[in-house]
Structures are given as structure tokens and as C-alpha cells.
Design a protein around this ligand. Structure first.
Ligand SMILES: NC(=O)c1ccc[n+]([C@@H]2O[C@H](COP(=O)([O-])OP(=O)(O)OC[C@H]3O[C@@H](n4cnc5c(N)ncnc54)[C@H](OP(=O)(O)O)[C@@H]3O)[C@@H](O)[C@H]2O)c1
Length: 275
């Protein structure tokens, strides 16, 4: 990469380290990365990437792109600490769940803020990040894409509300899918499928079906119809899912995550206004 812009990570835990590893693997020079962590032993470990690491958040905040990767409950204190410390042209990229662009911008006294929601598969570069930034310059958008695409796919949305929705769908999604896999494995064990076989069949069925859906132009319902013969095994299985309100329960679960995201955003806004 020929670019020269720098990136700083404030709160370098699991997700920030995932971003750092992805950037380094993609050829982003470690010399252009600074990460802050309040514990020196963590800084020592981070320096193994060849990056700079410091205990002072304000040092990491001197970069061209400043990633906020602390937990929501820590955010207010960190924003207060960084207020007035950023360079005017710096771009802030927050991955803090629920934290809204306007609230971050007001607390920092800095308008150039992007909000993103990555997910757990980012760890293996197969993540999904949904992000939003208002009135971004072309070059800023390109920087955001460079950072986020190092962890998998990214989608820019024009309405910040869709980042709240993505928090419930793709952010919470890995836990929902893993819960489904666990239940599927229990079901396989219930009918006597050996554990090793069940693990392979369940995971291969999941990834194969996902790939099939991805490669098909047909509506999901058409594919279900294709494998459902009248009076057959699939028809029996689907009837039980309907009786158990499977779709309704899933909708309630995703909606609960969405409502909690909005609630977190409201609580953060109140906290930031009063601090
Ligand atoms: N993990 C995910 O899959 C995921 C997905 C999407 C979004 N996110 C968002 O990403 C953010 C970080 O999540 P995470 O999973 O990476 O959490 P994490 O591993 O706990 O990282 C947060 C880091 O911030 C540090 N920290 C605490 N107080 C600080 C302060 N005052 N100044 C600087 N650093 C401080 C923590 O240090 P200590 O370890 O010493 O407490 C920790 O290393 C969260 O807001 C979360 O909503 C995470």
C-alpha cells in the first residue's frame, strides 16, 4: 500500500486486535498503527505486531483515523479524555455498540465520526461490518473500507438506524446461529447420530445451505419448496417448527436485541449529556 495515513486504536481489546491483525495481514504498514491500552503488559504483547503501543489514549488519538473500541460503559470517560485532543481532520471510527454518531461527535467536540458494527467472524476474516458516516469525503470512505474490509465484508448504509438493526442481526447473529447449531446437535444426538458424525453433518449442512442460497437467485421459500415433497420427511419437520412458533420466536429474539441496542444508545446519550 502506498498510502501514508495513520491509524490509532483506543481501547485495544479483542475487536481492536482483530482489526490490527487484519490490517497487518493486508499489507498495512505496522509502523502506521498506534494502539493504546491502560495496562503496560498488554502494550508489550501488542508491540509483537510491530506497531506502537502506549498507555495514554491521547497518543493513539493523534492518528488520521482514530478507532474507538472500548466497551459502551467505558465510552463516556474515554470521550471526555479525548475531547480537544484530536487533529481537526482526523476521522473517528467507533465500533462501540449502541453509541450514536451525534452523541460521540458532541462529546468529542469533533464532527467527523463514523459508526460501524462488526461481528465475531471478523476474527477469521469472514466478518460482516455495517457502517454509517454522514457527508463523508471519498477519501474518508476509502479509509473506512480499507480498515473494515481487512476483517471480511462491509456494507455502508445511508441511515444510522440500519447500524442499530445490524447490531441485532449481524452483531448478535453469531450467538443466535451458534445457539441454533447447539440445538441441532442436541437433536441429532436425540435420534442417536454419533457425536462426530453429527458435528460434521450439522456444520456441512449449514455451510452448504448458506452457499446454495448465496449462489441462487431464487427466493429462500422456493428452495424450501423444492426439497419438500408432499407427505415427506421435510414436510413433517417443518410442521413441527411451525407448531413450535420457530419463526415468531426468532423474530422476538432479534427484536429484543434491537430494542436493547436502542436502549443502550439512549442510556449512553443521557450519560454523555450529564457528564
Ligand atoms: N467482540 C465483538 O464481537 C464485537 C462485535 C461488534 C462490536 N463490538 C464492540 O467493540 C467494542 C470492544 O469490544 P471487545 O469485544 O473488543 O471488548 P474488550 O476485549 O473488552 O476490549 C475493550 C478494551 O478496552 C480496554 N479499556 C477499558 N477501559 C479503558 C480506558 N479507559 N481506556 C482505554 N482502554 C480501556 C479494556 O481493557 P481491560 O481489558 O483492561 O478492561 C479492553 O482491552 C465494544 O464496544 C463492543 O460493543 C465488539
Amino acid at each position: 500500500m502506498n498510502d501514508t495515513w495513520t491509524i490509532g486504536f483506543v481501547g485495544t481489546g479483542v475487536m481492536a486486535e482483530t482489526m490490527i491483525a487484519g490490517l497487518c495481514d493486508n499489507g498495512f504498514s505496522p509502523g502506521r498503527i498506534t494502539a493504546s491500552h491502560r495496562r503496560e503488559e498488554r502494550c508489550v504483547a501488542l508491540r509483537a505486531y510491530g506497531i506502537s503501543a502506549c498507555v495514554d489514549n491521547r497518543e493513539a488519538a493523534l492518528a488520521d483515523v482514530v478507532v474507538l473500541a472500548v466497551k459502551p460503559q467505558t465510552l463516556a470517560g474515554v470521550l471526555a479524555e479525548l475531547r480537544g485532543q484530536l487533529r481537526p481532520e482526523a476521522l473517528v471510527l467507533s465500533i462501540v455498540a449502541g453509541a450514536r454518531v451525534r452523541a460521540i461527535a458532541e462529546a468529542l467536540g469533533h464532527t467527523r465520526v463514523v459508526r460501524a458494527m462488526p461481528n465475531l467472524p471478523c476474527r477469521i476474516r469472514q466478518g460482516m461490518t455495517v457502517w454509517h458516516g454522514k457527508d463523508l469525503a471519498e477519501a474518508d470512505g476509502a479509509r473506512v473500507r480499507t480498515v473494515l474490509s481487512s476483517m471480511g465484508a462491509e456494507i455502508e448504509v445511508d441511515d444510522e438506524g440500519h447500524v442499530d438493526r445490524a447490531t441485532a442481526v449481524s452483531g448478535t447473529g453469531p450467538a443466535i446461529v451458534a445457539h441454533f447449531v447447539k440445538a441441532f446437535l442436541e437433536a441429532a444426538a436425540y435420534i442417536g447420530e454419533p457425536r462426530g458424525v453429527a458435528r460434521e453433518t450439522v456444520l456441512a449442512t449449514l455451510s452448504g445451505t448458506v452457499e446454495l442460497l448465496r449462489q441462487s437467485d431464487a427466493h429462500v421459500a422456493e428452495l424450501i419448496d423444492e426439497v419438500t415433497s408432499p407427505g415427506g420427511t421435510t414436510s413433517r419437520a417443518l410442521q413441527v417448527l411451525k407448531n413450535g412458533r420457530f419463526s415468531a420466536v426468532l423474530t422476538e429474539s432479534v427484536d429484543a436485541a434491537y430494542q436493547r441496542t436502542v436502549e443502550l444508545g439512549d442510556q449512553l446519550e443521557t450519560k454523555l449529556k450529564s457528564s
